[in-house]
Design a protein around this ligand. Structure first.
Ligand SMILES: [Zn+2]
Length: 90
């Protein structure tokens, strides 16, 4: 048994429609699954860009210490700022 998302009455696990209030269970579950998948994808994307940002940041930081000191330092700071801006979403 599971509970209807609208009236919270017990319904069959295989029910596609609530027998108490008529709520479309299948559509609600599909939407919930989609939202979960989307969340997982955005979480992965956030982590991916976090890693990419960190790598670019590290590469530019390394470059700043070797060549192109001023220009790289500026790009480095900009990338660091972008990374910090996107990192909380990861
Ligand atoms: Zn119901």
């Amino acid at each position: 048994m599971k509970k209807c998302h609208l009236c919270y009455e017990d319904i069959q696990d295989s029910a596609i429609r609530c027998k108490h209030c008529g709520a479309d269970i299948a559509a609600a579950e599909a939407a919930a699954k989609d939202a979960k998948n989307e969340q997982a994808v955005s979480k992965f994307a956030g982590r991916f860009w976090g890693v990419v940002g960190a790598l670019i940041f590290a590469a530019l930081a390394y470059g700043a210490y070797t060549k192109f000191l001023y220009m790289s330092a500026a790009i480095c700071a900009a990338c660091g700022f972008v990374f910090l801006f996107f990192a909380p979403k990861a």
